[in-house]
Design a protein around this ligand. Structure first.
Ligand SMILES: Cc1cc2nc3c(=O)[nH]c(=O)nc-3n(C[C@H](O)[C@H](O)[C@H](O)COP(=O)(O)O)c2cc1C
Length: 240
């Protein structure tokens, strides 16, 4: 007995009805596959690499230097998450936004300390240097710009030059540092340049590395929202 739609089908031939149902199944599979691809391909771009070393657990005076001109952008959000965790754990946290209070690069004029201040250039470094002299833990939080630190935060780093002079009048109080970065690249190796510069800086200044966090695949404004990277940054702050 054959059903109507199979009527007239020779043995070995595929009925029209079966062909239609296979086509339907294939379309469903294609749509499901499309959703799956979109989901996994859009989330797999965000990779997070992080570690931190254990601290003494004592309350710290922390200074966070952010490096983006985008207020509340991706790296700002990393910084905010870190700060939230650190404050909840009882640490005193100051933040200085190098991208919002731009400062000159170091001019290597050797005028350091000549007027009693670390630098003779009159700009926002006047606000930053007292914070640097106070902070025990310094956190660099920068977007990746041209496989490097942003220019904003790099200028702030360069302006720490007076504290490396033999005849300095005062020093920074910094003993420990952390590095938080994010970028559009899908590859963690894109952070290799600033990671190595940071490593060398620690050796030179005898700072102790307390941790690093690199986040790939975030580019649009606020794209990092909801990502586990923020939870990790918050935990880093809480456990610092
Ligand atoms: C001038 C400039 C250079 C950039 N260079 C890179 C780069 O080399 N590699 C990368 O992955 N992303 C690069 N980006 C993208 C930013 O790192 C990315 O958008 C990041 O999420 C911005 O963070 P923000 O929202 O905190 O500014 C660059 C962005 C700008 C504006």
């Amino acid at each position: 007995m054959t059903r109507d739609s199979d009527a007239g089908v020779e043995p070995g031939q595929v009925s029209r009805r079966k062909m239609l149902s296979w086509a339907g199944l294939a379309s469903l599979a294609a749509v499901a596959g499309g959703f799956a691809y979109k989901h996994f391909s859009s989330t797999s771009a965000v990779k997070v690499e992080s570690f931190m070393t254990s601290g003494s657990g004592k309350p710290r005076n922390i200074l966070v230097l952010t490096g983006s001109g985008r207020k509340h952008g991706n790296s700002d959000r990393l910084a905010e998450a870190f700060i939230k965790g650190a404050r909840e754990a009882g640490h005193a946290v100051n933040v200085f936004h190098t991208g919002r209070e731009p400062m000159s690069a170091c001019l290597h004029c050797e005028g350091c300390w000549s007027n009693g201040k670390p630098c003779i250039i009159e700009d926002s470094f006047n606000t930053l240097f007292p914070l640097l002299e106070q902070a025990e833990l310094l956190v660099f939080c920068s977007p990746l710009y041209w496989y490097n630190f942003s220019g904003h935060i790099k200028c702030a780093m360069d302006r720490m030059y007076p504290y490396s002079k033999k005849d300095r009048l005062r020093d920074m109080n910094v003993r420990e540092t952390m590095l938080l970065m994010c970028g559009q690249s899908h590859f963690l190796r894109s952070f290799a340049g600033p990671a190595e510069a940071y490593r060398q800086m620690l050796g030179y200044k005898r700072w102790k590395d307390r941790g690093r966090l690199f986040v790939t695949g975030v580019d649009e404004y606020g794209e990092i929202a909801g990502d586990r990277a923020l939870r990790i940054a918050e935990d880093m702050g809480r456990n610092v």
